[in-house]
Design a protein around this ligand. Structure first.
Ligand code: C2E
Ligand code: CA
Ligand code: CA
Length: 368
């Protein structure tokens, strides 16, 4: 802790704090050798200058702690000074947290559906994506609010709402005989590991789905799940799979999945991350990586879906691999439920017309 009273100017004080922190960082980062292993550590330092802006020691430590977490969230290993920008950011996050708390009650959460198509461009499934519209904040990205929901625990209620809406939607599509192969729902780590998760899924399956439609549900999980208690994760996954629901490893290729994980966790699908797809055709190493992913999927008998397809060229390259489904703006952006249904309906009508025409041609040939 450095007080600004010790320096002639605020800038001198900050400079001194930076030098002091860098020196602490340098010393802590020296390599440790334990049992002949070299251990490298990173150091995240948060700095709070005592400049009279706060009055209690608890406040000072809290703000230094906030600054330290800012370093961690930016990838660790660095120094951040608690300043007015950070203070405003905290204020905004708190405000967002408060508003998110009421979002369900105020019916501000809506589900969108992004088509997943097969090689012929026919819709075979969709991914459910949450949208939050708040009258003061406008449209808030799920990238932002899901993180807050996870941190605060709101994800449990929010996740339950998303699951129930998605199951209800599938139920209504099944009644209308929209023949989809799968409905993918994002499930966060905290949600999946919550004590109530399995009971909730069983309850929703009983209420909305039969065995055939349960087989269409896919839960998308990310590799962050693999940092948790793996035994517990696998046990939950196995119980969910008994209901016929399958699992997809989302954003595949961006994390640290080892081959061992792929063998241990009971996943059914790999979802190739957008970052690979976006450079296809430009970068040889990305294509090599893609080849490896498809070989892996073959070995472990996994389905593959590619996401983030934006161009015809990307679609064409992916089609040359054994990719089962394709998703991205090239086909459609996430759609409101009614718009998605309209697309499905049009596709059904087109298919029926094609079948009628085919029959007519066969009949004509038979007559001739
Ligand atoms: P994600 O699961 O990787 O979802 C894909 C994201 O990529 C979506 O963003 C989608 O709109 C976007 N996207 C799809 N195709 C393209 C494309 O061709 N180009 C580009 N540039 N983007 C594309 P979105 O809807 O903003 O969601 C962001 C993330 O928020 C999701 O990433 C997911 O991690 C999380 N999320 C969204 N909905 C839910 C939810 O219901 N539950 C949970 N736990 N997380 C969710
Ligand atoms: Ca996803
Ligand atoms: Ca993804």
């Amino acid at each position: 802790m450095i007080t600004s009273h010790m320096y002639s100017s605020y800038e001198d004080c900050i400079k001194s704090a930076d030098i002091f922190s860098a020196e602490i960082g340098r010393i802590l980062k020296e390599t440790y050798v334990i049992d002949f292993n070299h251990i490298h550590i990173s150091v995240s330092i948060g700095v709070k200058l005592i400049d009279g802006s706060v009055t209690s020691s608890i406040e000072v430590i809290k703000e230094a702690d906030i600054a330290m977490y800012e370093v961690k969230s930016a990838g660790r290993d660095g120094i951040v000074n608690f300043n007015t920008t950070l203070s405003a950011k905290i204020g905004n996050t708190l405000e967002m947290e408060r508003k998110l708390y009421f979002a369900l009650e105020h019916k501000e959460i809506e589900l969108y559906y992004q088509p997943q198509v097969n090689k012929d461009g026919l819709i075979r499934g969709c991914e459910v994506l949450a949208r939050w519209y708040n009258p003061d904040l406008g449209m808030v990205s799920p990238l932002e609010f899901i993180k807050i929901a996870e941190k605060t625990g709101i994800i449990i209620d929010l996740g339950n709402f998303i699951l129930e809406e998605a199951f209800k939607t599938l139920n209504s599509w099944e009644k209308k005989e929209h023949a989809l192969e799968q409905l993918s729902i994002n499930v966060s780590v905290r949600q999946l590991l919550h004590d109530t998760f399995i009971n909730r899924i069983e309850y929703l399956c009983n209420k909305y789905l039969n065995e055939k439609s349960q087989n269409k549900i896919v839960f998308e999980i990310t590799e962050t799940l693999l940092e948790e208690d793996l035994k517990k994760v696998i046990s939950v996954m196995k119980k969910v799979k008994k209901l016929g629901i399958s699992f997809s490893l989302d954003d595949f290729g961006t994390g640290y999945s080892s081959l061992n994980y792929l063998r241990e966790i009971p996943i059914d699908e790999l979802k190739i991350d957008r970052s690979f797809v976006s450079h296809l055709g430009e970068n040889k190493s990305d294509e090599m990586m893609l080849k490896t992913i498809f070989t892996l999927a073959d070995i472990f008998d996994l389905h593959i879906i590619a996401e983030g397809i934006e161009t015809d060229a990307q679609f064409e390259i992916l089609k040359t691999y054994n990719c089962h489904l394709f998703q991205g703006y090239y086909f459609d952006k996430p759609l409101k439920r009614d718009d998605f249904e309209r697309k499905l309906f049009k596709q059904k009508v087109k298919k029926v017309n094609m079948e009628i025409n085919k029959k007519k041609i066969i009949n004509r040939k038979n007559i001739v």
